[in-house]
Ligand binder design. Sequence first.
Ligand SMILES: N[C@@H](CCC(=O)N[C@@H](CS)C(=O)NCC(=O)O)C(=O)O
Length: 222
Amino acid sequence: MLHLHHLENSRSFRIIWLLEELNADYQLTCYERNKAYRAPDSLKKVHPIGSAPMLEVDDRVLLESGFIIEYLIKHYDKEKQFKPDDSNEAAWEAYTFWLHFAEASLMPLLVMRLVFTKVVSQSPMLVKPISKKIQGQVEKNMIGNGLDKMLNMMEQHLSKNHWFAGSEFSAADIQMHLAVVGANAGTGLNKSKYANILTWLQRCEERDAFKRAEEKGGRLNF
Ligand SMILES: N[C@@H](CCC(=O)N[C@@H](CS)C(=O)NCC(=O)O)C(=O)O
């Protein structure tokens, strides 16, 4: 029996979505974030790392959304629907590239942005103008430019491909989705500059499995 530990508004949403796409039988335990927007201590009882997602499989606890996705595909995607076959080299490369890109390149910038937003909102009134100034500098020098380059690369790819792995939906779309929701938070992505990314986002969210995942795990809201 699979048992997924899901933290609200987090990467574990990806795993609920994939489990729904797979029509898998699983147990779900949901956790709320604490006042500091961190995972609650109860998650550390499942595994000392204390981060989500965590997937219990028999007597083991699997970590890392990318690894959990690959594990589920290997063992539960019997009809090979969510990962391109090794024989389709271009699709396999695209799948593998975007699956890694989401966590290795895109998420670190978005997490940095989130951390500085929290620093400003949680700093005392007297210090707020200073923390706001630092946030502005970090956004200008370390986040904005890099993020724009990544979004342009994604936009270009999606102008030629319906999904990240090519013509078929795959788990690479699931892994990329949460990062794009993060990038689209706040003022939102520019609608004309990133039209293909936004159309892809809508296409993801129209899937029945995505809607079931939202019912079970809550709507992502960054
Ligand atoms: N690279 C890991 C990141 C896991 C991670 O950092 N998860 C966040 C939620 S999105 C978490 O649980 N953080 C602990 C906390 O917020 O206290 C993955 O893809 O699973």
